[in-house]
Every structure is written in C-alpha cells, then in structure tokens.
Write a new protein. Sequence first.
Lengths: 231, 231, 295, 295
Amino acid sequence: MLETLNQPPAAASPALVEVVKVTKIYPPDVVALKNVSLSAAKGELVFLTGPSGAGKTTLLKLLCRQEIPTKGLIEIDGNDLNNLSDNDIQKLRQRIGVAYQDFKLLPRLSVFQNIAMPMEVQFKSPGEIRSRVTELLEKLGIREKQHKPAGKLSRGEQQRVAIARAAASSPLLLLADEPTGNLDAATTGLVMALFQELNDNGSTIIIATHDESIYQGSNHRKFELKQGELF
Amino acid sequence: MLETLNQPPAAASPALVEVVKVTKIYPPDVVALKNVSLSAAKGELVFLTGPSGAGKTTLLKLLCRQEIPTKGLIEIDGNDLNNLSDNDIQKLRQRIGVAYQDFKLLPRLSVFQNIAMPMEVQFKSPGEIRSRVTELLEKLGIREKQHKPAGKLSRGEQQRVAIARAAASSPLLLLADEPTGNLDAATTGLVMALFQELNDNGSTIIIATHDESIYQGSNHRKFELKQGELF
Amino acid sequence: MRFALFIFTQTLRNIRHSWGVQLMTLLTVILSVLIFSFFYLIYSNMLQAGEKFGEELRLTVYLQASLSPAQQQEFTEKVAAFGKVDRISFITPEQAFQRLARQLGNDSDVLADLNPAFLPFSAEIYPHKDIRNLTRIKEFAEYLKNLPGAQKVQYGQAWVERFGHFVKLLRFIVIISGTLLILTTMFMVSNTLRLTLFARQDELKVLRYLGATNSYIKGPVLIEGFALGLFGAGLGLAALFFLFQWIRNHFSSAGFLQLFELRFLPMTNSAIILLGSIMLCTLGSLLSIRRLLKK
Amino acid sequence: MRFALFIFTQTLRNIRHSWGVQLMTLLTVILSVLIFSFFYLIYSNMLQAGEKFGEELRLTVYLQASLSPAQQQEFTEKVAAFGKVDRISFITPEQAFQRLARQLGNDSDVLADLNPAFLPFSAEIYPHKDIRNLTRIKEFAEYLKNLPGAQKVQYGQAWVERFGHFVKLLRFIVIISGTLLILTTMFMVSNTLRLTLFARQDELKVLRYLGATNSYIKGPVLIEGFALGLFGAGLGLAALFFLFQWIRNHFSSAGFLQLFELRFLPMTNSAIILLGSIMLCTLGSLLSIRRLLKK
Ligand SMILES: Nc1ncnc2c1ncn2[C@@H]1O[C@H](COP(=O)(O)OP(=O)(O)OP(=O)(O)O)[C@@H](O)[C@H]1O
Ligand SMILES: Nc1ncnc2c1ncn2[C@@H]1O[C@H](COP(=O)(O)OP(=O)(O)OP(=O)(O)O)[C@@H](O)[C@H]1O
Ligand SMILES: [Mg+2]
Ligand SMILES: [Mg+2]
C-alpha cells in the first residue's frame, strides 16, 4: 500500500533515511537541532552519539513524525514526511519500529500483549504473532515474564520488552534510543545480537547511545551530535 | 523528633543500614531477594551491582519502605522498619533521598519545583530552598532548564533532576538507582562528584548500577546480587 | 472479518482492564437516564391529569324557549360552527328542577308546590380541548351569547382562569426543568466519558505511535460508548419500570386510580430515550477521543 | 504559619495545573446543586399550594335549633375538644336563605314567598391542617354528628378524598424523587472527584515517597473540596435565584400570583443546601484521597 507512494523511484539514491538541513526549535526558544543533514542507506546500521541534551532523541522523533521539523526536509524510503496525509503517516509508522528511551509500554498489559501490539495493529494472524513474540522473548531472555504485566518488571526487563516491541514486525527502519541504558554487559550482548540479526535481514537501524562499549571497535558509521549540531 | 526513636543507642554498631536475612517474594511467585544480609556504616558509600532483574531496585525499595520484606529484618539508623507507625515512616523518608530508576518526577512542575519538593515537604524556608536548588542545578549543569516543565527535558536531563531532588535535603541516606543509565561520560563525572561531596559531608550512599566504569578502580565496597542472592 | 475480531478483542481487553471506572460510568448513565425518565414520567402523568380535569369544563347556555329535537340539531350545528365540541346535552326545565331538588337535599320540600316550568331550558356544552384555553373560551362564550334564542351564558370563569394558569405554569416548569435535566445529564455523561478516556490517553498515544489506523483506535471506543448508552438506558428504564410498578402497587389500594390513571412511558418515548442515550454516549466518546487524538 | 502558607501555595499550584478539570468539576457541582434545588423549590411551592387548597375544606353541622351566643360558645368548646379548629362560623337560617337565593341567581324569585325559617341553623367548621387528612376528618365528622343538637354533618367527602390522595401522592413523589436526586448528585459529584484525583495519583504517590505527612497531602485536597462545595453551591443557588426571578417576572402579568404565591427557598434551606454541598465535596475528597493514599 505504502509502496505506491514511492512515485519517483528514489532517483538512483539507495538512501532509506535522508535528513537535509533540519532545524528543530521547541517553542519558545529551545534549539534542539541546528541545520542537521545526514543519511542512512537501506540496510545500514548507524550510531548516533552525543552528550545528554544534544538532540539525539529529537532527531529520532523527527524520523517517526512524532515531532515535525521547524525547517528542513526529511525523507524516509522516498516519502517526504512533510507531505504525508494522516493515514499515510500511520502506514509509514507501521514500517518503523521505535524503542523509546522512556519505553512507552502499557503497564497493565502483559509483556506478551505489549510486544504483540505492533503486529495486532497490522492485523497479522494470531499464529504469526504468537511465534514471533515467543521468538523475541527467547532471544532477549524474558520468556518466563511473558504473562506478567509490563509495569511489574524491573527496568532492564522493561527495556528489553520495548526493544522486542520495536523489532516485532521486522520493520524497514528501526530506531533504538539508548537501548542499553538499563542493561548489564551480558544483556547488552543479547540486544546487540538481535540488532545485528535484523540488520542482516535488511532492516536499517539507527541506534542513539552514549555507551561507548557498543560502538567502539565496530566498523559502522557514527554521527556525533553536540548541542544540536552534527560534529 | 525521629531521634527519640533511637531507644537503644544502636549497641556500639555504627551501622546506618542493617539488612538481615531479608527475603522478598512478589506475589504470587517472583522471588526477587533470597536471604540477603548486608550493612553499610554511617558515612559509607557502597555499590550494589548485578545483572538486570537481580533485585537491586527491590532492595532499595525495601530500604525506603516502598515495599515490605516477606521475611527478615531491616534497620535504618537503629529503627526497625517493620515497627514504624505511618507517621514515623514519613519522618524517616524525609531523611532518605532516593533517585529512582524511573525518576518519578512530576512532568508538569518545573525543574525547580521538582527539586524543591523534598524541602517543601519539610517546611524549609523559601530562601534556603532557593539557594540549595540553585546550587544543585549549577553542579549538575541544568541551570538554564530550571523553569522548564520537567516533562519537556531530555532523559539525561531528567535523570539529573531526579538526582538533584534526591540530594536536595542533604539526606542521612541517599539511594541512587542506576543514576547514570542515561548519561554520557562527562555528565557521569558531574554526578559522581556530587555524590562524593555529599559523602564527604556525612551522607551514607548506596548506588545500584551496572556501569562498571563508575565502580572500577574505586576502593568502596561492592555488593553483587545475582538472581536475588548476594554473591 | 479479522478487523472485526481485533476490534472486539480490544474492546473486551479495555473493559477488563478498567472495569472499575467502566462500572462507575455505567452507573452514571443509568442514574442519569433513570432520573430524567422519572421526571418525564411524572410530568407526562401530571399533564394528563390536568387534561382530565379540563374535561369537567362546560358552558351552560340558558335559552329563551325549549327546543324541539330538530331545533336542537340546528343549534348543535351552529355551536359546532365555532369550533370542535366534545358533547352537547340539553337540559329540560324538569331535569333542572330535579337537580335543584338534589342540591337542596333534605330541604327539597320547599320546592314541592312549585312548577318546574319556572326554570329555563338550557344546553350544556363540553368544548374540545383545542379551545379549552382562557381566551378561546371567552370568545366561545361571547359567540354562544349571540346565538338566536340564547338568553345567558354561564361557565366557571374563575375556575377556567385558574386552570388555564395552572396548565401554563406546569408546561413552563416542564420545559425549564426538562431543559435543565437534559443539559445536566448530557454534561455529566460526557464529562465522565472525557475523564475516563483521559485516563487512557497514554495508551491511545502509544497506539498511534505504533501506526494504528484511526478506525483501529476509535472502533473499540465507539463500541464501548454504544454499549454504555444501550445498557445504561436499558437498565435505567428497567429500574424506572420497577419503581413505577412499586408506586402503582403502593397506591392501588387507595381508590385512587379512578382519579389519576398512572401510565408508564409509551413505547415510542422509551425508544427515544434509549436512542438518545446511545447517541449521546457514542457521540460523547467520539468527540472526546477525537480531541485526544489531535494532541 | 509557614504550614498554612505551604498548603495555600500547594492548593493554588494544583488549581493552576489542572484548571480545565477543576472547572468541569465545579460545573458538575453547580449543575447538581441547581437541579436539586430547582426541584426542591418546585415541590415546596406545590406543597404550599396544596395546603392553600386545603384551607377551603369545611364541615357543615346542621343543628336542630338556633343557638344563642352563650350556646354557641359552649358548642365551640365542645368542638375544640376533639382537635384544633381554625374557625367556626354560625349560619342563621336567614343567611342560609340568602345564599340559596344567590345560588339560584335570576331564578331566585321562586323563593320569594317562602319563609327562611324552613332552612336549618348550621355551624361551619374549618379544621386545622393537623386534622385535615382523610381518616381524621371522618372521625371528626362522626364526633360532630354525636354532639347534642347536631342533626346532620356534611362535607365534600369526594373532594376530601381526592385532595387527600393528591397530597399523599405528591409527598410520595417528593420523597422518591428527592432521594433519587440526592443519591444521583452525590454519586456524580463524588465520582467526578474520584476521577479528578485519580489523575493526580502519581503526584500524591511521589509526595508520600518524599516523606510528606498526611496533613501536607490532604490539606490542599480538602481545601479544594471545600472551595468546590462552597462555590459550586453558591453559584448554583445564585443561578436558581435568577431563574426564579425570571419565572416570577414572566408570570407576574397573569393575575396569577394571587392564586399561587411563588416563594424562593427560605434562608435556612439555602443554608442547608450550601452546607450539604460543602460537606459532600469535602468528605468526597477526603474519602477519595484516603483510598488513594492507602494504595
Ligand atoms: N518536548 C520538549 N519541549 C521543549 N524542549 C525539549 C523537549 N524535548 C527535548 N527538549 C530539549 O531539547 C534538547 C534536546 O533534547 P533531546 O531529548 O533530543 O536530547 P538527547 O540527545 O536525547 O539527550 P539525552 O541523552 O539526555 O536523552 C534538550 O535541551 C531538551 O531539554
Ligand atoms: N512489582 C513487582 N511485581 C512483581 N515482580 C516484580 C516487581 N518488581 C520487580 N519484580 C521482579 O523482581 C525481580 C527483581 O526486580 P528488580 O527491579 O529488583 O531488578 P533490578 O536488579 O533492579 O533489575 P534492573 O537492573 O533491570 O533494574 C525481577 O524478576 C522483576 O521482574
Ligand atoms: Mg534522549
Ligand atoms: Mg532496577
């Protein structure tokens, strides 16, 4: 359905995410991003780093149309985010998985139900949902918590639920905001392995983090933000 | 007022926190802590580590009577937490600062108001509140955000607000749960410096963390939890 | 098909996760409907009783001479020319004399020697309720007086005036309090719905972030609103019915029902209340959720 | 002193941070009070009108012979022995004759040759409202019949019966609908308060975790509840007053007020409504917050 929106076949550029001269000012005067341009190719994994308050989360929010830029152009898979109808935005969001920095889980729903949500929203079949959720629970080591309400988990467990939810529908683009802030080294390993696997299967992944241990030594591209400017 | 509760003068033991054979089971069957015993002397700084879901947060919650132990004894400054009246618990809580893993800020109140809350609750004078809050804002580098609603800050900024609130009334005991999960290295330095200063002024501090960088190389005691057991 | 199933599952899940609040909201609707329809019931019975009293209104025309049946027919037609009339009865002097005797009771012997013929022939006219208001009655009396053969027209002028004012006041009160009740119940129900949905704001936001279409989000909320209106009004009307039965039984012993006949709301009115409640709840939910989704 | 200041600051802060919801809650209280007191006003006026009608009730005792003033005095005392009586008037045969003549109107010439003495001497008794109910009236009539010299007792039995039933039904409806209204408004107001505080649950929890004493947390909430009850009832009653004035002006042209005298709620009742509203809101807030604090 969304495919039909790709009217010009993305002019030979293989970029999935294209950010051009984007400025974001939160009213009245907080300049969160200043003239930022970057792009990520289809199937790429990139890191976004920078100190606290640099604008990492803001950039990710712009990419999933949770906020709109004050100035500049953002294209995802060839769709100009400024020119999408409400319905098209929802369609696009179905293809973007986001692991929020503050998780945004529904605390009274079970872990299973939380992870299943993006697939339910896309009307996947119950069998498909069940097998995918179980697979993710297994990979992140929270299988035995699946029937607990998400609000009764430890923060680190909740973080993994948030990541599993973002990964559930094998999205075209996965945005992970500080995905390992509450995780120990071993669990961080599990999460990174999952990202690698998704990446190998063709998902484009953007990870915002300040955790040097996960990007040092990798050969992925790294964007560094400082006070809203790309460095 | 609470001082009068110290009936036996703590039998020569200078321990401020005393945890003896504590077990915590979340109904129906989640064993979060198993037979844990530990103590922290007055003015000590200790680390609590362990993988995600080990029971760190649970232990801290028991120390500020946010949860009650299924079995075992907990004493803070000589007061058996099981035998305190509702009023005494509130008095005790005024002397314990907690930086929660999920912050528990009031998103619509300003940063200033959030940090001022523990002092307001103790009916400190407005002048005293103002100078203390300003000092903390300065030390944690969020001075220019003081009039913004806490809900409109970046996660790392919010984390610092939570820490400032915990430190505001120079508490007898400070519990910090994963205080640097959302912070970059430089900001982590600011936070640790603040803790060190409080510690030097006599506060007992317990820091639950998985961030090796902050406890490696320090000569403070370290308790390691694994699956609810002290290791 | 799968869409319908999902919506249905969602609805059940919502209800299970917040049944406390849902129950309170349901109670709000039930009580609103109950109180509204209770007052409506009272008023419709009062208006009906008022009308019944109105039936006692009659105008008496004293005529110069007795009328033959043919003349009576002619007279009736002339009267009807002014407006609709429920009934006309002609009273001969003999009948009038008997009435007077009955009025005097034990003292009727005083009339023993008298000839009934000294009393006039008269016609008693019971006007239709369309002309049973004060101005029309006055005009009617004037009209009757000018009919050929009419000598004098009598009617309980004070009584008509009183009754007219009473019905007017009653109507007025019904309209004002009805408006007040409708506005209040509408406000309360929609405010409760708003507050209830407000508690679910976070959930709705998350659904949007996950790419849920508007119909996916609105579906369950609309179904809940619909069910709320349906069950709320249904149970409210049922409660009213039992209350009504209880009152009627309570008063059935007193030989009272000949005077006022208590009647339950007609089917059509019950149906209107039910539909109104469903519409209000569904629309209220829809508006609240639209406001929440815009944020 | 500083405590009071803190509580006050807190209250203002709360109101500023959730004025939308607060306004809705205030409106809820205003409308509840308005509707409750409006119906109360209608009923109290209806009951009063009912009583006025009751004043027309009288029993006529026909006596065997005329009474001298001394005998009248004696008779009056005997009557009063049964129960309180508003007034007794004695009607001589002459007076009765004149009345009859008036009743017959133009036809009164029929009585011209008659001696008024054929009509009996009678006493008209207007009972006090305490004994103006059906059973008491019947007993009273029985008692009067057995007085020495009494020949016959007459009263509008059908009318008394009707009136008695009417007042009884009216009372009944007042009680039921009053109960219903009180319960509903109480439920609505407390439910709204509950939902409003529910939205502040997190804040209250945080305050407790920071060591706030119960009075620190409850203080602002109680003040808010108090203010809500005060302003809600005050504005509701003010609205009622203006509505009442409007209705009265609307009807003042119709020479109507001689019949029913519309009266506003007496000061004491207004005060009771005000106090009740304040109590309800304060108590409702207190109970809701206690439940929230226990969690
Ligand atoms: N909703 C908002 N309204 C106003 N200002 C905001 C809002 N969200 C973020 N900001 C401000 O914008 C700047 C960038 O915030 P952002 O959340 O993007 O930082 P970040 O890089 O994610 O930081 P962190 O590592 O702490 O999460 C900060 O100064 C923050 O205070
Ligand atoms: N309210 C609760 N109800 C039920 N189980 C709970 C609750 N809170 C925590 N648990 C469970 O207790 C265990 C310990 O949780 P706790 O939050 O103490 O872990 P933690 O060491 O703080 O982990 P993390 O590093 O992820 O924050 C976990 O298995 C968690 O799922
Ligand atoms: Mg961020
Ligand atoms: Mg924890």
